[in-house]
Design a protein around this ligand. Structure first.
Ligand code: FAD
Length: 391
């Protein structure tokens, strides 16, 4: 009898509390039963399965680490496990969730006033309101810290926003988008809650992506878009506040990369045990086993790393460079693991119906978003040398 397929080779799940383990299994079941059968078709058609949102909401997973406002105040480890389990089946769904629960709700939780948190977070926790996070611009990606060009001009009643945002996940259907813009008075970056349908707020869906095709990304054009005074994120006063949100979500992206790698490895192992050539399962060949073991070694190292990352986060010890190191290491190794998974599956490795092709493509986006390899490496480089090579 063949051993069970298990990407958690060092049994890290034994370190989870009973509650965390129960959540892990609940998310796994949901992803396998409700999401897996849908994803290849939606991916192919560059579309989002809106019908899953009510079932998703029932899982009660949004804003799992926040305290109050309908959120349960659980650990970052639990949040990481959730991201990994989602990405193990599909990274687009994990990204949709990460934008809602991490970037959008996180901006409000970390930078909103009490009234803003009361107004938005309970509804977002229930997924009655879907959020987006607009930082990147057509001409400003890695250099967002000093380079944002979208402007926010103070008026008597509020603010007027002008400019463009690119790549904004969930934006084509979001009810509220956080727009990060430069205050024309003091030059600092401020955050704004822009409601769907606001005049001067136009979203065009970005078409033709070769990765994370289920995630709907938008090109947003702001043309004299008026935002009321009460909709400025009251505690976002400079890019440092934006960066606090990014530090938290970057740790989640490292977990997501682990999930993507784990899904690819488990698929590949399963395939190689079933596929026969020369009259034998290809998994019995030494060279195939070598690929599988290399994949598993990296996957095991990645999992150990993100477990520790979440412990640091839960102890309030997480620094930018910790999150960056994990994001770089995990997304780089994931690229390698998905590519090996594809390789051991031969021609079928490029067919969508075998799943791994989607993992290969999606790993490319995970590699670049929430800080590219270069930028996250430079954040670590600055921390260990004391010299900034990029600002
Ligand atoms: P650039 O900044 O133009 O970089 C191009 C290359 O130059 C990279 O390799 C980069 O590492 C390198 N480079 C740049 N500066 C340096 C330097 N100083 N030293 C060395 N190398 C350097 N943004 C949002 O705001 N909200 C979202 O919801 C969102 N979702 C996304 C979803 C997807 C699928 C993708 C692909 C992107 C998303 N983004 C989002 C944007 C994402 O965060 C940016 O793509 C990312 O920050 C990189 O910016 P860029 O693409 O403009 O690349």
């Amino acid at each position: 009898e063949l051993p069970e397929i298990n990407g958690d080779f060092y049994e890290l799940h034994l370190r989870l509390s009973e509650e965390d383990r129960a959540v892990q299994l609940k998310v796994r079941e949901f992803m396998e039963k409700e999401i897996k059968p849908l994803v290849n078709n939606y991916w192919l058609h560059d579309d989002f399965p809106h019908e899953i949102i009510p079932k998703f909401a029932e899982l009660n997973l949004c804003g799992v680490t926040y305290k109050g406002y309908g959120c349960p105040g659980k650990s970052f480890l639990m949040e990481g496990i959730i991201a990994m389990e989602m990405a193990r089946i599909d990274s687009s769904i994990a990204t949709f969730f990460g934008v809602q629960s991490g970037l959008a709700m996180g901006s409000i939780y970390m930078c909103g006033s009490e009234e803003q948190k009361q107004e938005w977070l309970p509804k977002m926790q229930q997924m009655q309101v879907i959020g987006a996070f607009g930082l990147t611009e057509p001409e400003v990606g890695s250099g967002a810290a000093g380079g944002l060009t979208v402007t926010a001009k103070r008026t008597a009643g509020g603010w007027v926003l002008n400019g463009q945002k690119k790549w904004i996940g969930n934006a084509p259907f979001a009810d509220v988008t956080i727009i990060w813009a430069r205050d024309t008075d003091d030059g600092q970056v401020k955050g704004f809650l822009v409601r769907k349908g606001t005049p001067g707020f136009n979203v065009e869906k970005i078409k033709g992506k070769m990765a994370l095709r289920i995630v709907q990304n938008g090109l947003i054009t702001l043309t004299d878009c008026v935002v009321e005074k009460k909709d400025r994120l009251q505690n976002a006063n400079s890019f440092k506040d934006t960066a606090r949100v990014l530090q938290m979500t970057r740790a989640g992206v490292a977990w997501m990369a682990v999930g993507c790698a784990r899904g690819a490895y488990e698929n590949a192992l399963d395939y190689t045990r079933k596929r026969k050539q020369f009259g034998k399962p290809i998994a019995s060949f030494q060279l195939i086993q070598n690929h599988l073991v290399e994949m598993l070694s990296n996957l095991t190292a990645m999992q150990s790393l993100v477990f520790r990352l979440s412990e640091l986060q839960d102890q309030g010890l997480l620094r930018d460079e910790h999150a960056s190191l994990a994001k770089v290491f995990c997304s780089l190794r994931t690229r390698d693991i998905v590519s090996k998974a594809r390789e051991v599956m031969g021609g079928n490795g490029i067919l969508l119906e075998y799943d791994v092709a989607r993992f290969v493509a999606d790993a490319e986006a995970i590699y670049s978003y929430e800080g590219t390899k270069e930028i996250n490496s430079l954040i670590v480089g600055r921390a260990i040398t004391g010299f900034s090579a990029f600002v």
